[in-house]
Design a protein around this ligand. Structure first.
Ligand code: SAM
Ligand code: SF4
Length: 313
């Protein structure tokens, strides 16, 4: 097998595939209320997604995560996962805001999408609405509970923001203890629209860890080499993780590429430039991938103007 390995020994093992840049929320750090979106005609078709991921499997791809925008808004979502499920992937995951999960449990299960990352920045209705511009907290919580009962492997993603939701740190720890679901706190990254407020709202993973340690001891949990999070268990049994993309960059171990809904493959979330692989033959794509291997930065770029929902978070 020809593996995709760059000059720094980083092997491409994981792909984030964005299915759409559209969303049914407007998280203030991700997109403005008056966002504009790509025409749906530009989306890679179901067959193109299948062919691209299939070829990447032959180059050693092991894990696929579907994302967006909100991936569950893609009209052909069911058809896409049905095809992708046939590929020899070790793991298929979905990153979602959770609103539409109730419509998809059966097909997610049938098509072995067992790993769900659900974004949930607040457990309080007012704060949730303020961050997301949507009143969907109850539905999201209910869907998470159903997903747990149905046996899905769930992680909650919380973007921690000073003065916005950081007062809920211990509420999330209690939530994890009560539900048995791991909660991961993400540092606010300097991407797209988040750059406007980033400096004021940024709160480091270390500060959150210190706050937690003042009330409970944190027991470190083993992690995979290319994992992006540092994980702990609290005395009470809560599982908490921290993704310190800003303060402790993990570029040296990064194993991910990202494919946007319109077919731009990027070697890094924080790079504007990528290569269009839409309409290319297998041989042309294979050649573009060799170029892309050289486009992955070793040092973390400081920021990127590209909106997060268009790249695929
Ligand atoms: N709509 C889905 C969701 O919210 O889970 C998938 C796409 S969303 C862009 C993926 C993840 O990126 C979410 O957990 C979101 O909170 C996170 N995200 C978006 N912008 C971010 C930023 N500037 N810094 C850190 N995380 C961000
Ligand atoms: Fe939508 Fe996810 Fe962006 Fe929020 S973070 S606006 S849910 S794509």
């Amino acid at each position: 097998m020809n593996l995709l390995v760059d000059d720094h020994g980083r092997r491409v093992r994981k792909l984030r595939l964005s299915l759409t840049d559209r969303c049914n929320l407007r998280c203030h750090y991700c997109m403005p209320l008056d966002s504009t979106f790509m025409s749906e005609e530009r989306y890679l078709s179901t067959d193109e997604c299948f062919e691209i991921v299939s070829q990447l499997c032959s180059f050693g791809l092991e894990e696929l995560r579907l994302t967006g925008g909100e991936p569950l808004l893609r009209k052909s979502f069911g058809e896409i996962i049905e095809k992708l499920a046939r590929l020899p992937l070790k793991k298929i995951g979905l990153t979602t805001n959770g609103i539409l999960l109730d419509r998809h449990f059966e097909s997610l299960k049938r098509n072995r999408v067992h790993h769900l990352n659900v974004s949930l920045d607040s457990l309080d209705e007012k704060t949730f609405a303020k961050i997301t511009h949507g009143n969907h907290l109850k539905r999201v919580l209910k869907n998470i509970e159903t997903a747990r009962a149905e046996g899905f492997r769930i992680k909650i993603n919380v973007v921690a923001m000073r003065g916005v939701n950081d007062h809920e740190l211990f509420d999330f720890v209690d939530y994890s203890r009560n539900t048995g679901i791991e909660v991961r706190f993400l540092e606010l990254m300097r991407i797209g629209f988040a750059r406007e407020e980033q400096e004021r709202q940024f709160i480091s993973a270390q500060e959150l860890i210190d706050r937690l340690k003042s009330e409970t001891s944190l027991i470190p949990v083993a992690r995979e080499r290319d994992s992006t999070s540092f994980n702990y268990r609290t005395e009470s049994g809560a599982q908490v993780g921290f993704i310190a993309s800003e303060s402790k960059a993990f570029c040296g171990q990064c194993s991910r590429w990202r494919l946007s809904a319109d077919g731009i493959m990027r070697a890094c979330l924080l790079k504007d430039d990528g290569l269009s692989i839409r309409g290319q033959s297998e041989a042309e794509r294979a050649s573009l991938y060799q170029t892309l291997l050289g486009m992955k930065p070793l040092l973390r770029p400081a920021e990127v103007a590209h909106p997060m929902n268009a790249i695929g978070g």
